[in-house]
Design a protein around this ligand. Structure first.
Ligand SMILES: [Ca+2]
Length: 377
């Protein structure tokens, strides 16, 4: 279905929107080191494991069926709040990121056919803080600068292996923030991996391969040959990767529960992962200035989980133009601050909701968003 989305309705001065400019460079290591990580009791860990098991093996599949049964290809958005969310998104893409209006129209055409894509069910969502409170948090702290001149897009940073590369020679950039990649905007959720891939493409970007996302989080991109076992099954390859990984949380040797957006709460009746019951109680992106990777990407731990691409064969690398299966992580918010599974930067999740990334039935939920990567030529 082709939508004629009225860009002109906003009266935007195209090209006039300047990207956010950060004038100081800092990893905020002092802030990060100043607070001890939260240690979970045995009881909390056991409860979290039970919650995880219940969520992942029972409730979620039935919820996905329920959602899709109510969706038709011509579904239209009737919820007033969702309409406002989407109009706001298109507007800030134009004004704050200076995205080409044709690209914004392409993104609108992707989003408008979804009954859910937005920043959460307006009738169920309770954000912990406002965008204004986010701005206030960031006002007096040192923030990582972006690499716009290298990346060719604002709010992106170069990622590489510091043992052999540096910023000028980097071949990859990643969004600093969860999409829409604008600080203090609420992240887009209820978006399928297929839709996320299309949105990144509309922006001249792509989904990140798993090892790229992990490397951007950890502080070093490792070679493809050491990060995948293309001759093995997904389960075996993931196990091989996880068994040898070095645990790091944004470059820290300890979890950063108290530094990142991990303490938001689910709605009390959010057990079946439905639109009606589960608000997207997200923070505005970048609300935690200390939750920044060594390269300058925010919220890679905490806030929304994020879609990425897991290649099962060499040609499925997004960096080679392919797409593999769904992979997602980067959030604790769904678990109310508990840690039901490892979530260090290089930990690779089990095959949750696995489908091809490009599947029109790929997974979406109330706390799942994405960020994009971009090749540098
Ligand atoms: Ca995240």
């Amino acid at each position: 279905m082709k939508l004629a989305w009225p860009l002109a309705a906003f009266g935007i001065l195209l090209g006039a929107g300047a990207a956010t400019v950060y004038v100081l460079v800092s990893s905020n290591s002092d802030e990060r080191d100043a607070t001890a990580p939260v240690l979970l009791t045995e009881d909390a860990t056991r409860v979290a494991a039970w919650m995880d098991s219940r969520l992942l093996t029972a409730a979620v599949p039935s919820a996905e069926l329920q959602l899709d049964a109510s969706e038709s290809p011509d579904a239209t958005v009737e919820l007033q709040g969702l309409r406002e969310q989407r109009d706001h998104l298109y507007q800030v893409l134009l004004t704050r990121l200076a995205v080409d209006p044709k690209a914004v129209e392409s993104i609108a055409n992707i989003i408008e056919v979804s009954p859910y894509a937005g920043t959460g069910n307006p009738e169920a969502t309770q954000h912990p803080i406002t965008p204004e409170q986010c701005e206030a948090r960031r006002l007096h702290v040192l923030l990582s600068s972006d690499d716009e001149s290298l990346c060719g897009a604002p709010n992106m940073v170069a990622v590489f292996d510091p043992k052999s590369e540096d910023v000028p020679h980097s071949r990859l950039c990643i969004d600093q923030y969860e999409f829409p990649n604008i600080p203090c905007e609420y992240p887009l959720v209820w978006v399928r991996s297929s839709e996320a891939a299309q949105i990144c493409k509309a922006l001249g970007k792509r989904l990140c391969d798993a090892h790229e996302w992990e490397g951007a989080c950890a502080g070093a991109i490792l070679p493809v040959k050491s990060e995948y076992w293309f001759n093995l099954s997904r389960e075996e390859s993931t196990k091989g990767h996880n068994d040898k990984r070095v645990r790091t949380w944004l470059g820290s040797p300890s979890p950063l529960l108290d530094v990142c957006g991990t303490m938001s709460a689910k709605n009390p009746d959010c057990w079946d992962v439905t639109w009606e019951q589960c608000g997207s109680n997200t923070y505005p992106t970048g609300s935690f200035p200390g939750c920044v990777s060594p390269f300058g990407a925010y919220d890679m731990l905490g806030n929304v989980a994020e879609h990425m691409n897991l290649p099962l064969r060499l040609e499925q690398l997004a960096s080679r133009g392919g797409l593999g299966e769904t992979e997602m992580k980067g959030s604790w918010f769904a678990y109310d601050g508990l840690v039901p599974h490892p979530d260090d930067c290089r930990w690779r999740a089990p095959a949750w909701h696995e489908t091809p990334v490009s599947s029109p039935a790929s997974h979406r939920n109330y706390h799942l968003g994405f960020r994009c990567c971009k090749d540098v030529f």
